[in-house]
Ligand binder design. Structure first.
Ligand code: GGG
Length: 325
């Protein structure tokens, strides 16, 4: 297994190095290939990512990614969006599971990751900008298929704004068709109603499938219900490639202070291990994180007094302790 490791900017560096400590504790045969992309590289070279970086990514099985600061360049195109489009990472999986805060919340957001408002089709005029929302039958079908593959008895909530947007009608209708074909229990709901219900009754949700921008917004909102973005992992999945990253960004205001919560990055590592088929090791990481958090070893965002590195060391130690028994 060969993994391209992108620390990126800001707290990306700390949380990735913390997660790699946890990976070390598992003693797996994984080759790590560091790749520098992002704002730091842009400041140094004028480019946030190069073709050579894409070549390195292609020579690896997947990418483990920290976080990137957006450079102050009006022509900048998001590096993350470029990677997702280049490798056609169409399914963005964002599990929302309470581990202390919001203990009974447990659902997954499946977000279409390559089209919608982030399709990159934009026209800039002197006094207007048109951002085109592209929704295709194929894009909707494959994300619905992916969501259905995760259902396993769960109710699927298809989230859209079909009362206003024709593009959402296509998305909704295709999702319903796929769910019916797989005999999945489903409901459909307007995105504004979902936002409302998420605040009032988040436990009711089991599995959500939605379009790109809606998924991005709802997942940040959902993160607040379970203790914050410091706990939220994600996977960007394609047919034969994937990128794993904490949902959070580079948080330059707290970078380098040891304040960043490494749990989102560590749980993203667990998602990567599962994708590699190392389910036992993935579960071991999850269990170790749960034990460490339950023991009160947390960063200040969760009320604790431990640093990024200390939390990661505690998770690594919990894994090693379990392995020794
Ligand atoms: N781990 C997610 C992350 O880094 N988010 C920041 C972000 O979206 N940056 C935009 C970009 O430049 O790609």
């Amino acid at each position: 297994m060969k993994v391209a490791v992108v620390e990126g900017d800001g707290i990306g560096k700390e949380v990735v190095s913390a997660a790699l400590k946890v990976l070390d504790a598992l003693s797996l045969d994984i080759e790590e290939v560091p790749v520098e992309i992002g704002y730091g590289k842009w400041k140094r070279t004028g480019k946030a990512i190069t073709e050579d970086d894409f070549d390195i990514f292609e020579s690896c099985d997947c990418i483990f990614f920290g976080a990137i600061t957006t450079p102050p360049d009006p022509d900048y195109k998001s590096v993350l969006v470029r990677i997702r489009q280049k490798f056609d990472l169409y399914a963005n999986i964002r599990p929302i599971k309470g581990m202390g805060v919001g203990e009974n919340i447990d659902f997954t957001i499946v977000r279409e990751n390559t089209e919608g408002m982030y399709s990159g089709v934009e026209q800039v005029f002197p006094d207007a900008v048109h951002s085109t929302r592209v929704i295709t039958r194929r894009g909707s079908e494959r994300i619905a298929e992916y969501a259905c593959s995760l259902a396993r008895g769960k109710r699927l909530t298809i989230v859209h704004k079909a009362n206003i947007l024709k593009s959402c009608r296509l998305f909704r209708d295709v999702c319903i068709g796929v769910a019916d074909r797989h005999k999945i229990l489903w409901e459909d709901m307007l995105v504004d109603a979902v936002a409302h219900r998420l605040v009032l009754d988040p436990e009711r949700f089991e599995l959500i499938v939605t379009t790109n921008l809606f998924g991005d917004i709802l997942s940040d909102m959902a993160a607040a219900l379970i203790g914050g973005l410091g706990l939220c992992a994600s996977a960007n999945i394609g047919e034969d490639y994937a990128l794993f990253e904490p949902v959070h960004g580079s948080a330059p205001d707290i970078a380098g202070k040891g304040l960043a919560n490494p749990v989102a990055a560590i749980l993203s590592l667990a998602m990567m291990l599962k994708w590699f088929g190392r389910v036992e090791e993935s579960d071991a990481v999850h269990d170790a994180v749960s034990r460490v958090l339950a023991g009160g070893i947390t960063t200040p965002d969760l009320g604790g007094r431990y640093s990024t590195a200390e939390v990661a060391e505690a998770v690594a130690a919990a894994i090693e302790k379990e392995q020794a028994t």
